[in-house]
Ligand binder design. Structure first.
Ligand SMILES: [Zn+2]
Length: 95
């Protein structure tokens, strides 16, 4: 992922160059939660395909940001309540 600043927008502009997946596996030994927030962006599929064809990423900025979720654990999918931060993570609830 690369980050550039666009002076015409209200904030930073983020580009994801190619596929990005750095999600760590749940570790049953440490049982640590992976606290995250998730952002959802609206993209134009035609422009996204065209950008990928020339090696560009999809533009992610405030203009196409639709939603940012509350903090939750990526492994067990439980919301962070503040009281459960130190609790052990039980991993994927579907396994
Ligand atoms: Zn968890």
């Amino acid at each position: 992922m690369s980050t550039t600043h666009d002076p015409t927008s209200g904030g930073g502009v983020y580009r994801v160059d190619g596929a990005l997946d750095r999600m760590p596996e749940w570790d049953p030994v440490t049982s640590e939660h992976l606290w995250v927030v998730s952002s959802i962006y609206r993209v134009n599929p035609v422009k996204a395909v065209e950008a990928a064809a020339v090696g560009d990423g999809v533009l992610l900025d405030r203009e196409n940001l639709l939603m940012v979720t509350p903090v939750f654990c990526m492994h067990c999918e439980k919301p962070c309540t503040g009281r459960n931060v130190a609790d052990p993570c039980e991993g994927d609830p579907r396994r």
